[in-house]
Design a protein around this ligand. Structure first.
Ligand SMILES: NC(=O)c1ccc[n+]([C@@H]2O[C@H](COP(=O)([O-])OP(=O)(O)OC[C@H]3O[C@@H](n4cnc5c(N)ncnc54)[C@H](OP(=O)(O)O)[C@@H]3O)[C@@H](O)[C@H]2O)c1
Length: 351
C-alpha cells in the first residue's frame, strides 16, 4: 500500500442514550436498529420502572438503564442523548446534558422561547458539543431530492409553497397536546413542520440553507377550555417573490402534503414529514407546465427516517462540527421565532 493510501477506518459508533420513555422515544429506539453510525445504549426516565420497561423492550443493559436523568448524564458510556420530553422541559434537560459533556439531538420545537434557544446554543458552543433541533424529515433522501429539484430549476423559479400537518386527537385536558403548561397546541407540535419546510425550500430557491419570512399573518382556533390552538394557518412572504401557506391542527384532519409551485411546473410531496417510519419506497410527483401527467420519482431509503437523522447527527459529531447541516443553529432560531410569532398572532400564550 502506498504511503498516501491510508486504510479506511470505520468511525466508532456514536453511543446514544434517550431521555424519556414516551411515544417518540420508542419510535426513535426502533429506528436506531438501522443506524450506520450509532447504536442505542441507554435510557433515562423519571422512574426506574419506566426505564426498565423501555430497556427491556429495546434490549438495553441494566448498567445503562437509569431511573433518573442525572444517572443517564453521568453514564460514561453514553456519548450523545436524544431529548424526547415535552417541549417546556427541553431547555433544562439539554443544558444539563451539554454540561455533562454529551452531544444533544433535541426534539422539536427546541424550546419555548428564543432566550432558551440561545442559552442552549451557548452551552453547546462553550462545551464544544454538537446540538441539533430534531427535524428528521430534513435528513431523509426524499427531502434532499426535493431540494435538488428546486435548486436545479426543475419547476423554474419557485413562487409558492403550500404545506399542512394536522391530525385529530382525543381531548385530554392534562395531555401534552392540550395543556399549555406542557407546551400544548398544534403550532408548536406540528405547525413547525410545514413552516420549517417552507423556510428551507424558500432558502434553497434563494441559494441559502434557509430563509426567514419577511411577513407572517396568521389565524387560528383555540380550545375553549385550555386555550391551546386546535387549528391554525399562516401566510408568509419571503425574499425573491416567494409566498407560502402553512396549516396545522390537533382537532382536524387535512391532507398532510407539501406542494411547490414554480414558474414552469409543480412538485407534490404526498408524505413530506414523517415520510415513512419503515424502510420503504416513497414518491414525489413532478409535473412540468404542459405535461399531461406528473412524473413519479421514487426514492428508496436504506434505513428508517430517525436512523437517517441519528446518522446525520453522528456524522457531524465525527467531523467535530457543533452544527448539523440539516438544521443549523440560526435556522433553529428562525424556526422558533416564526412559530412563536404564529402563536402570538393566534392568541396562544405560554408562561
Ligand atoms: N420527531 C417526531 O416525529 C416527533 C413525534 C412526536 C413528538 N415529537 C416531539 O417529542 C417530544 C415528546 O413528544 P411525545 O409525543 O413522545 O410525548 P409523550 O409521549 O407524552 O412522552 C413524553 C415523555 O417525556 C417524559 N417527561 C419528562 N418530564 C415530563 C413531564 N413533566 N410531563 C410529562 N412527561 C414528561 C416522560 O418520560 P418518563 O416518564 O420516562 O420520564 C414522557 O413519557 C415533544 O417535544 C414533541 O414535539 C416529535
Amino acid at each position: 500500500m502506498s504511503a498516501d493510501a491510508a486504510p479506511s477506518v470505520a468511525p466508532v459508533p456514536l453511543r446514544w442514550g434517550i431521555v424519556s420513555t414516551g411515544h417518540i422515544a420508542g419510535v426513535f429506539a426502533r429506528s436506531m436498529a438501522g443506524s450506520r453510525l450509532g447504536r442505542l445504549v441507554g435510557v433515562g426516565s423519571r422512574t426506574a420502572a419506566s426505564a426498565r420497561t423501555f430497556a427491556s423492550a429495546w434490549g438495553l443493559a441494566p448498567a445503562h438503564t437509569h431511573g433518573t436523568l442525572a444517572g443517564l448524564l453521568a453514564d460514561p458510556e453514553i456519548d450523545a442523548v436524544y431529548v424526547a420530553t415535552p417541549h417546556p422541559m427541553h431547555c433544562e434537560v439539554v443544558v444539563a446534558a451539554l454540561a455533562a459533556g454529551k452531544h444533544v439531538l433535541c426534539e422539536k420545537p427546541m424550546a419555548m422561547s428564543l432566550a432558551d434557544v440561545e442559552q442552549m446554543q451557548q452551552a453547546a458552543r462553550a462545551g464544544g458539543r454538537t446540538l441539533m433541533e430534531a427535524w428528521m424529515y430534513r435528513c431523509h433522501p426524499q427531502t434532499e431530492r426535493v431540494e435538488a429539484l428546486v435548486a436545479e430549476g426543475a419547476i423554474g423559479r419557485l413562487r409558492h409553497i403550500q404545506g399542512a400537518f394536522s391530525f385529530h386527537a382525543a381531548f385530554d385536558p392534562a395531555g401534552r397536546l392540550w395543556d399549555r403548561a406542557l407546551g400544548g397546541g398544534g403550532i408548536l407540535d406540528v405547525g413547525g413542520y410545514p413552516l420549517s419546510y417552507a423556510r428551507r425550500l424558500a432558502g434553497v430557491a434563494l441559494g441559502r440553507a434557509f430563509a426567514d419570512p419577511t411577513a407572517l399573518h396568521a389565524v387560528g382556533v383555540l380550545h375553549p377550555e385550555t386555550g391551546a390552538d386546535t387549528q391554525a394557518s399562516a401566510v408568509l412572504q419571503f425574499d425573491g417573490g416567494i409566498t407560502a401557506e402553512v396549516s396545522c391542527g390537533t382537532w382536524v384532519t387535512q391532507q398532510n402534503r407539501v406542494r411547490l409551485y414554480g414558474s414552469e411546473g409543480r412538485i407534490e410531496i404526498p408524505s413530506p414529514f414523517v415520510v415513512s417510519r419503515e424502510v420503504e419506497p416513497t414518491e414525489i410527483w413532478w409535473q412540468r407546465e404542459g405535461q399531461a401527467e406528473p412524473t413519479a420519482i421514487t426514492i428508496t431509503p436504506d434505513r428508517g427516517i430517525y436512523a437517517y437523522e441519528a446518522d446525520a447527527f453522528a456524522a457531524a459529531v465525527h467531523a467535530g462540527h457543533l452544527e448539523v447541516p440539516a438544521c443549523g443553529w440560526a435556522d433553529t432560531r428562525g424556526n422558533i421565532a416564526a412559530q412563536l410569532e404564529w402563536c402570538r398572532q393566534v392568541g396562544v400564550h405560554y408562561a
